[in-house]
Write a protein that binds this ligand. Structure first.
Ligand code: PLP
Length: 358
């Protein structure tokens, strides 16, 4: 077996233990005589998988029974549309923080539905950053406010969340369960599963039941949050396999221990940032206080050197280090499952590359 160091932004590296467990269960899930992919979503074996996945996630996030956890296909991008469809009624305004590519995409969907106030705007700032607390201009009586905790492309992460005065909804696609966070300060948070939670194909949506209840009743059933809340994401056939792997990944997080995992994430990012800061050869692209622990972004002196860096790294067993096509440069996505050995390998490579080309 040879596993490479995969710095992909998503779908991304998964815990090896989870893949091995899935492999073990693939053909015959715990003596059921069939795989999870082949089971009825109404049967007791699948039901146990479904309930345990939700329970473990709620425990990890510290959510009580005021909260519902939903599995909704269409990734984080469908959430960009569902949020305003459910909560942005006629005559209402929603506040959006425009902090980068993803939050911009979210707010554009809301603008197709209703009135949007851009509460803060640093989307195009270079170096990349997040808004400061006193920059936000909230609308009194807003329907809700939307924010993104980690801009995956720019590599800027919000370390502290503002109090908006309306239900706060957060896109946590790329940093959910990666650091200490009070999840109860939000009314809803969601993440495309393919970065920190499991395979692609769904978003995991945590929503306060009272918020879901307030959603529009005139949009199609499959677009209403209340459908997923009331039917426990079993109104129609859910993505059973993705939910099973999500559940295994949550068990892995629990086994690792949150504190331990969060500390490792800090250490992993710091090792790379330390090399970036050591000399002038590498240049970090996010402001220091907003540097992401999940997506580390930097530039080299020229685009030619960046191309060579990415190519040579791939030859040395480290793939997907190319920055997003919209911004260029180098990006190391180092989610929860990314191993420390891969960081050490990258850091050694960075020092060597600088010696030869600096
Ligand atoms: C990846 C990502 C998305 C898009 O997720 P999809 O599941 O592909 O729709 C949205 N927001 C953030 C912050 C992301 O990192």
């Amino acid at each position: 077996m040879s596993r490479i160091y995969n710095f992909s932004a998503g779908p991304a590296v998964m815990p090896l233990e989870v893949l091995q467990e899935a492999q073990k269960d693939l053909i015959d899930y715990k003596g059921c005589g069939m795989s999870v992919m082949e089971m009825s979503h109404r049967g007791k074996d699948y039901d146990a998988i479904h309930q345990e996945a939700i329970a473990t996630f709620k425990e990890l996030c510290g959510l009580n029974d005021d909260w519902s956890v939903c599995f909704i296909q269409g990734g984080a991008s469908l959430q960009f549309a569902m949020i305003p469809m459910n909560f942005l009624g006629a005559g209402q305004t929603a506040d959006y923080a425009n902090q980068g590519t993803w939050s911009n995409k979210a707010l554009k969907q809301a603008q197709m539905i209703g009135s949007v106030n851009v509460a803060a705007n640093c989307q195009k700032d270079n170096p990349a950053r997040m808004p400061a607390d006193d920059e936000f201009k909230w609308t009194p009586g807003a329907a809700y406010s939307h924010i993104c905790s980690n801009e995956t492309i720019s590599g800027a992460e919000l370390k502290k969340f503002p109090v908006s005065g309306s239900p706060l909804i957060c896109d946590m696609s790329s940093d959910i369960l990666s650091c200490e966070r009070d999840y109860t300060q939000f009314s809803m948070f969601y993440a495309g599963a393919q970065k920190n939670l499991g395979p692609s194909g769904m978003a995991v949506v945590a929503i306060r039941r009272d918020l879901a209840e307030r959603g529009s009743q005139t949009i199609p059933t499959m677009l209403q949050y209340r459908t997923f809340v009331d039917e426990n994401s079993l109104y129609n056939t859910p993505p059973c396999w993705a939910i099973y792997i999500f559940g295994e990944t949550m068990k892995w997080v629990k086994k690792m221990g949150k504190e331990n995992l969060f500390r490792l994430n800090e250490e992993k990012a710091k090792k790379i940032y330390d090399v970036i800061d050591d000399t002038g050869f590498y240049r970090g692209t996010a402001l220091r206080e907003f540097r992401s622990n999940m997506n580390v972004t930097w530039r080299l002196p020229t685009e030619e050197l960046e191309a060579k860096f990415i190519k040579d790294a791939a030859a040395a067993g480290m793939t997907s280090l190319k920055g997003h096509r919209s911004v260029g440069g180098v990006r190391a996505s180092i989610y929860n499952a990314f191993p420390m050995e891969g960081i050490d390998c990258l850091v050694d490579f960075m020092r060597e590359f600088e010696k030869k080309n600096g």
